[in-house]
Design a protein around this ligand. Structure first.
Ligand code: BJW
Length: 229
């Protein structure tokens, strides 16, 4: 490839063929809940048990799925590419890592992590973790919440991500609808910097499709390996 630095942003479409549902299909219902009812600090404050149960169920689902051809292709690219590949994902699953990718920037957090409400440190989620479990760092209890970025909260790694967006020569967006900011604005940030190519790989048109220099439509499991090869 002719590029020196590729930034790849992925969304739920990357993991759809592994069996994890995307957010904005199924009439906006996500595992029978409206995403706004379970993915906000207010929802957690009002009904922590519902939110904890919701994330526990999704951790169970994670046990049953495997990386697909698209995850494997991205891991292979990261390993073989002579320049830099920055992998940014909005997904809270760990399928890219399971496929062999390293240094994945999980901007919306990770299902397999919990965070202390008191000292804000992240810990690996263990089966025994619940809100009542004492925080392994500071001992506070009840203290643990899913280490997920909910609406109204600041996404993670933004400084690293914006630095990468400002210096890449190719930006690739895979399987994201472009509904949720700040990720939805990354393509515009790259466009305004003025020189990087911008490729969208998605099942169908997204909110930001017109801002890319090239769009390819189809399933990630076909498009991504084809692009990487
Ligand atoms: C396939 C496929 C296949 C299917 N192959 N493709 C008004 C204007 C602008 C912003 C705001 C606003 N009001 C509020 C905001 C801010 C808000 C926001 O954006 N809201 C919008 C809904 C309007 N954003 C936030 O609050 C964020 N924080 C924030 O803004 O902080 C302040 C800030 C200030 C300054 C700078 C920076 C920040 C936090 C957002 C947190 C998002 N959290 C969630 C849920 C938690 C994770 C979890 O529990 O799992 O993250 S929401 C949900 O949406 C999830 C996802 O990561 C995220 C994005 O969804 P994604 O991945 O795009 O999935 P879908 O389902 O939408 O799309 C799937 C796509 O795949 C589709 O295009 C399909 O076609 C495609 N597809 N199958 C290829 N096989």
């Amino acid at each position: 490839m002719k590029y020196k630095h590729i930034v790849i942003l992925s969304g739920a479409g990357l993991s759809a063929e592994s069996g994890l549902r995307t957010f904005r299909d199924n009439n906006g219902l996500w595992e029978e809940h409206r995403v706004e009812d379970v993915a906000t600090p207010e929802a957690f404050h009002q009904d922590p048990d519902l939110v904890q149960r919701f994330y526990s169920e999704r951790r169970v689902q994670l046990e049953a799925v495997e990386p697909g051809a698209a995850h494997r292709a991205l891991a292979k690219l990261q390993l073989a590419f002579e320049g830099t590949v920055t992998l940014v994902t909005q997904n809270v699953d760990d399928l890219l890592t399971q496929a062999g990718a390293t240094d994945v920037l999980h901007m919306h957090g990770e299902l397999r992590k919990v965070r202390c409400l008191k000292c804000h440190t992240s810990h690996r989620w263990l089966k025994a973790c619940s809100q009542e479990t004492a925080c392994p760092g500071c001992g506070a209890a009840p203290a643990l919440r899913p280490d997920i970025v909910w609406f109204g909260e600041m996404p993670k790694h933004l400084e690293t991500i914006y630095t990468a967006l400002g210096s890449c020569d190719l930006f690739v967006s895979i399987g994201t609808s472009g509904h949720v900011y700040p990720a939805a604005g990354f393509v515009q940030t790259v466009a305004e910097a003025g020189y990087a190519e911008r490729l969208e790989l998605n099942l169908e048109q997204s909110q930001g499709s017109h801002m890319f220099t090239e769009n390819r439509f189809g399933p990630a499991g076909e498009l991504v390996p084809h692009w990487v090869d």
